[in-house]
Design a protein around this ligand. Structure first.
Ligand code: DX5
Ligand code: ZN
Length: 220
């Protein structure tokens, strides 16, 4: 089980110290946005490279960009431990997942709330993690879209059926109060931006989220 704080809600003028406040988490979730795939713009490979050098925990890089087939490898080379690209943006997803793994990163694929799970089935043998978005990608602080919940259970079934060892990540609107249910439905990697960074004691928030996940997993 993973708790991965999203630094999208951190203070971008102080990212090194903001990363140090989440050292008790599993991975730091880094949202890369290009202002084309989503209507927001964040950082690129040069900044990710420095973050990887100073971060106390490995980086989980979530690419919300057009043409990941061309750009994703540069994030693996920048030191990301895991690179997630969107199925909606990739033209050759199997090839890209293979290239990410060959570059030494874990390969992961994300689907937006409106995208059907059938689009990722053939990718399951090629990936380490599946990210089911629980908000429309682009911004932190949005409420979880309830309609995405059935996809989590469905995704877990598909993963089980494939026999592959794949983490199931949820991202968007994850809070202490809904995390238990998400875990029960089959998620085991939880991204949380505002639920962690909007509080002064980040270690305490990470602990609370971990406890909620544990309770949820116990019920599943
Ligand atoms: C949204 C990003 C998320 C975002 C989540 O497009 O992918 O990682 O930071 O933020 P919260 O947890 O505040 O919904
Ligand atoms: Zn994200």
């Amino acid at each position: 089980m993973q708790i991965n704080p999203s630094i999208l809600s951190a203070d971008f003028a102080n990212l090194e110290s903001e990363l140090n406040t989440i050292a008790s988490a599993d991975m730091a979730h880094v949202d890369v946005m290009d202002n084309h795939f989503v209507p927001n713009l964040t950082i690129g490979p040069a900044v990710v490279k420095r973050l990887a050098e100073v971060s106390p925990i490995p980086l989980d890089v979530h690419l919300m960009i057009e043409n990941p087939d061309k750009w994703a490898i540069s994030y693996a080379e920048a030191g990301a431990a895991s690179v997630t690209f969107h199925i909606e943006a990739s033209h050759q997803p199997i090839d890209l997942a293979r290239r990410l793994r060959a570059a030494g990163a874990e390969a992961a694929v994300a689907i937006k709330p409106g995208t059907d799970l059938s689009t990722i089935v053939e990718l399951l043998p090629e990936i380490d993690m599946l990210l089911v978005m629980t908000v429309e990608p682009g911004f932190g602080g949005q409420p979880l879209i309830k309609d995405t919940l059935h996809k989590i259970a469905e995704a877990r079934k598909l993963i089980r059926k494939s026999g592959a060892k794949i983490r199931l990540q949820v991202d968007g609107g994850v809070t202490e109060s809904n995390l238990g249910e998400l875990a029960q439905l089959g998620a085991d990697s939880f991204v949380a931006g505002s639920a962690i960074y909007n509080h002064s004691d980040r270690a305490l928030q990470i602990h609370k989220l971990r406890e909620s996940a544990r309770l949820g997993l116990g019920r599943s």
